[in-house]
Design a protein. Structure first.
Length: 454
């Protein structure tokens, strides 16, 4: 890449920041804009990247011929910096195109799916690093093993989270790929589930070696020239878990059945039955690549997960707090099911911040159904992200339809006052917006309440 400067519009996004870190690692001068400061942007600044938070075209590197501009589709088209670089002849590419160019010519191992892809791809990267094989990895979350969303290696293996938003994953041509789910989502982009599924089929057609598909998904030989293998939580197929059992702490032990035999007594390093399924998917990529089976088993056991993916922040007898990025009804349903399995008989209080007006509109009934299985629901206002309000679309359309035994509708500014009065048994916060800003205050409140302050 023959550019001295790489400038990122939206540098604080999880996918953008990984590419920014990679460009810095490769010796480029990296700078960029983001709307608001965050822990991630502060980390980028500590790593030597200049980040600003005002829409300032004068802060774009002046030499257009030596500057590559990378932007996220979450940025509005009329943002002044974006308009400026287009009008002044800079080379401008979307984040997805940039990742595709980095991965081109390398051995790309990709994880796609409407949910499960971040945990699974981060586990794939962990298996490769723990085994000694190594990889460069562009992750959709912060790995708790490594404290970053970028791993680098001298070999030519790249692990990538293949994001379906804005059809970004169609920039990738992986050697091996997993497809975890093809549920309706991003209907502002795709309009209906048929177009979502068609995009995944097109992604599968770009896989050059092996595509590993969750059993039951409609990917067939007519969709791809790649070899098709299947995985499942516990249904017999090419890769699946047998004899799965909870060890009493929420962590599962299982036998991993695969074409090469059985890997006995694998223990998930992170809790919840859904992570057995994620582990099977990640192991399928690693075993297909040729990683030693015992090294795969060891890495599954030492995996600590991803920040904000079913992350346990506080856990003592009688008081547990978990934070989860879940923002799709099926993710919420799976998380609640996992919690019921881990903590039978306990009272679950869920705080949910809906993400996007369009997603709320499209899945109000499904959200209401998923949230009906908690004991108390605290529902916050919609986090808009890139969207403008839609008339008539508020959190109330979920609230009115949910059958949770207890429920309350709040503004996020009222949340901590509410929780101060709430008897917490098992508490979970859900959402992909800025609800993560509450994890620290909630954890501190529970420590204070239970006398666990350090």
């Amino acid at each position: 890449m023959n550019y001295k400067d790489v400038y990122f519009i939206g540098i604080g996004g999880i996918g953008m920041s990984a590419i920014a870190r990679y460009c810095k690692y490769r010796g480029h001068t990296v700078s960029g804009y983001d709307r608001t400061p965050s822990d991630l942007t502060r980390e980028l600044e500590k790593e030597g990247m200049a980040v600003h938070y005002d829409d300032r075209p004068d802060l774009v590197p002046a030499d257009r011929d030596s500057t590559l501009v990378v932007y996220t589709p979450a940025i509005p088209h009329d943002m002044k910096e974006l308009v400026y670089v287009h009008e002044h002849g800079y080379k401008v590419v979307k984040r997805s195109r940039m990742l595709g160019e980095i991965a081109a010519g390398q051995r790309c191992l990709a994880v796609a799916g409407t949910h499960g892809k971040t945990t699974t791809s981060t586990l794939v990267a962990h298996i490769f690093h723990e085994s000694g094989e190594g990889c460069s990895a562009f992750l959709g979350g912060i790995s708790r093993n490594y404290g970053t969303n970028l791993l680098v290696s001298s070999n030519n293996v790249i692990v990538a989270e293949a994001d379906e938003f804005d059809r970004s994953f169609l920039q990738l041509h992986p050697e091996t790929a997993v497809i975890t789910a093809m549920d309706a989502d991003h209907l502002d982009i795709y309009s209906d589930i048929a177009h979502v599924r068609q995009a995944f089929k097109e992604f599968a057609s770009q896989v050059t070696g092996t595509v590993i598909v969750k059993k039951g998904l409609d990917i067939t030989g007519s969709d791809t020239g790649a070899r098709i293998l299947h995985y499942s939580y516990n249904e017999p197929c090419d890769f699946y878990a047998a004899n799965a059992s909870n060890d009493g702490t929420g962590h599962f032990i299982f036998d991993l059945v695969w074409p090469g035999g059985v890997i006995r007594e694998c223990r998930c390093g992170i809790p919840g039955w859904v992570n057995v399924e994620n582990s099977v998917a990640a192991a399928a990529i690693a075993l297909t690549y040729g990683i030693d089976a015992e090294k795969v088993k060891a890495a599954i056991g030492s995996y600590r997960g991803v920040k904000r993916r079913f992350e346990v922040h506080f856990n003592i007898p009688g008081c547990t707090y978990i934070d989860d990025y879940a923002h799709h009804p099926k993710e919420i349903a799976a998380a609640v099911s996992s919690i019921r399995d881990m903590f039978p008989g306990r009272r679950i209080t869920a705080v949910f911040q809906p993400h996007l007006y369009t997603r709320t509109r499209d899945f109000a009934d499904e959200f209401a159904e998923a949230l009906s299985h908690v004991d108390k629901l605290i529902l916050l206002d919609i986090y808009p992200a890139r969207e403008e309000p839609i008339p008539g679309i508020t959190s109330e359309i979920i609230f009115d339809r949910t059958a949770a035994p207890e429920k309350v509708l709040l503004r996020k500014e009222e949340l901590m006052d509410c929780l101060e009065k709430e008897p917490v048994d098992v508490l979970i916060t859900f959402g992909a917006g800025n609800i993560d800003r509450f994890t620290g205050p909630i954890t501190e409140m529970l420590r204070r309440r239970t006398g666990q302050e350090q």
